[in-house]
Design a protein around this ligand. Structure first.
Ligand SMILES: [Zn+2]
Length: 306
């Protein structure tokens, strides 16, 4: 059985969250625990020995002053809105490391669907953190991939909130225009049916650029806060939230058919906040992952998740 190649280590988790509203640094742990409890771990091939990124790698997307502030609990270290701890800082090497390892694997093995259980990176800015995000893991991993392989990626960011990290870093590091070309941080807009239509339209435009060899891999960040019962979000109901995963997965198959080879795909988590029912957030993420797996691998996985 083909599994989802997953880059997950306990080192990417931070347990010292006090009473933080955001559970993002703990989410990888809660999600993987739930996957195990539901006996879905058989669908995931977990690689835990991936390399963390180095402290100097954060300078790809951030000023030395801000990076030092985060490491030394000085100045604007708290602009991410999260409680500071040594454990949090340590975990940041592994969250971006997970995404980078998943990208490398997907590019080398495009026939394998890859998963980096990460969130908390798409609002960070060159000079500060923002919105529960400390460092721009998307930007850092994309530029490292571009430097290693010359390949460019697109983000399908279905978090309810615009991922400003990419836009905000073009001036700071011009290599980003190669790593994630302008216009390829894609966020659907609208509600329910119009949201799905807008997503399909944007995927068609992206497909043209992939077939022109301008984009070589895609990251699907199916943030659960785009669900309309989320504390911080609200664009689509459950049916349309899952529909977005189906649309994406069918599109991947369509693009791969036209390419004559598998399109490298990396999935990750991004937002999702339900103070009344965090399990709902985790269930949405699991449903999206297994929906993509089922369609892209064309398996007969048929269990619906409540
Ligand atoms: Zn969000």
């Amino acid at each position: 059985m083909k599994k989802i190649k997953t880059f997950y280590s306990l080192k990417q988790v931070c347990h010292k969250m006090d009473s933080s509203f955001s559970k993002s640094p703990l989410k990888p742990y809660l999600l993987m625990k739930k996957i195990k409890e539901k006996n879905y771990d058989k669908y995931f091939d977990i690689e835990e020995n991936f390399e963390p990124i180095k402290k100097e790698d954060f300078l790809i997307a951030h000023t030395e002053e801000y990076v030092n502030n985060v490491f030394n609990k000085k100045g604007n270290y708290v602009t991410n809105g999260l409680p500071w701890s040594k454990e949090l800082v340590k975990s940041l090497h592994y969250t971006t490391g997970s995404l980078l390892a998943a990208k490398r694997w997907a590019i080398e093995h495009p026939e394998e669907l890859c998963f980096a259980p990460v969130s908390g990176m798409h609002h960070a800015k060159p000079h500060s953190g923002s919105g529960y995000c400390t460092f721009s893991g998307q930007v850092i991993s994309a530029i490292k991939i571009y430097e290693e392989t010359g390949l460019s990626g697109a983000y399908l960011d279905l978090d309810c909130h615009y991922g400003n990290s990419i836009q905000d870093t073009y001036n700071f590091n011009p290599l980003l225009e190669k790593a994630i070309p302008k216009g390829f941080n894609i966020n659907p807009s609208g509600y329910n049916e119009t949201y799905i239509e807008d997503f399909k339209y944007k995927l068609e435009l992206l497909k043209k650029e992939i077939l022109k060899n301008k984009i070589h891999y895609v990251v699907f960040a199916h943030g659960a806060d785009s669900h309309n019962e989320d504390d911080l979000g609200g664009k689509v109901d459950t049916k349309h939230w899952i529909k977005a995963a189906e649309v994406f997965a069918n599109w991947v198959n369509d693009v791969s058919d036209d390419l004559g080879k598998s399109l490298p795909v990396i999935m990750c988590l991004f937002g999702g906040y339900r103070s009344d029912n965090y399990d709902f957030v985790l269930d949405l993420h699991i449903t999206s992952l297994l929906t993509c797996k089922k369609i892209i691998y064309n398996n007969e996985f048929s269990k619906s998740i409540k």
